[in-house]
Ligand binder design. Structure first.
Ligand SMILES: Cc1cn([C@H]2C[C@H](O)[C@@H](COP(=O)(O)OP(=O)(O)O[C@H]3O[C@H](C)C(=O)[C@H](O)[C@H]3O)O2)c(=O)[nH]c1=O
Length: 179
């Protein structure tokens, strides 16, 4: 076994592979992608009278399509009433950063980073009170977010488009991890 020099010994640690804490109410549903030589097919969701199967209690009231330019960041958005359910196509690559700012939540203060797209197909449910932001990790092409919401957009007194500064959880959450 090799012996490390003093500088390496002082800085050494073993990689932590234990599961990271998950924000209460944040749900991930893996979607099946049927591919063949001609292309691929994915069901984004089945609706029963507006209710999305697989995500109990979530009723779709609007479906949105958002495009992010290369390396753009949109953050942080948060809602008092609205739940978002996000989907990023497997061709695209988005870093979703979520932070639980709900006072008294069992996971208050927890910040999670998830990579969406990049060959994977999934839905992510983001409950009200969970701040969320996105960065397009593709350096030269746009990435797309298709998302379902249970509150219709309005600009009047019912507007539920809350915002926090992009660096509310520290600017480094948007950096590519080193190490
Ligand atoms: C959300 C929304 C916006 N708009 C209009 C209002 C503005 O003139 C324009 C841009 O709105 P906003 O800056 O809110 O859009 P994004 O920055 O793409 O943010 C949206 O997409 C990200 C991913 C989120 O997570 C947000 O919750 C959602 O607001 O679209 C509408 O007409 N309908 C709508 O439902």
């Amino acid at each position: 076994m090799p012996e490390f020099n003093d500088a390496a010994k002082a800085a050494y640690s073993v990689q932590d592979y234990s599961a990271r804490s998950k924000i209460e109410g944040l749900e991930i549903v893996e979607l099946r992608r049927f591919n063949d030589d001609g292309g691929a097919m994915t069901e984004l969701g089945r609706l029963d009278g507006g209710k999305l199967q697989g995500l109990p209690g979530f009723e779709v009231r609007q479906v949105n399509y958002s495009v992010m330019e290369p390396l753009a960041i949109k953050a942080f958005h948060m809602h008092k009433r609205q739940t978002d359910v996000w989907y990023v196509p497997p061709t695209d690559k988005i870093l979703l950063c979520v932070g639980d700012v709900r006072k008294g939540s069992p996971t208050e203060g927890v910040v999670q980073r998830l990579v969406l797209g990049d060959t994977r197909s999934m839905l992510v449910r983001i409950p009200p009170g969970v701040a969320h932001g996105a960065k397009n990790l593709r350096p030269a092409t746009p990435s797309v977010i298709v998302y379902f919401v249970d509150v219709q957009f309005s600009t009047d007194e019912h507007c539920d488009e809350g915002r926090l500064p992009w660096d509310h959880f520290g600017a480094s959450v948007w950096d590519v991890e080193r190490g």
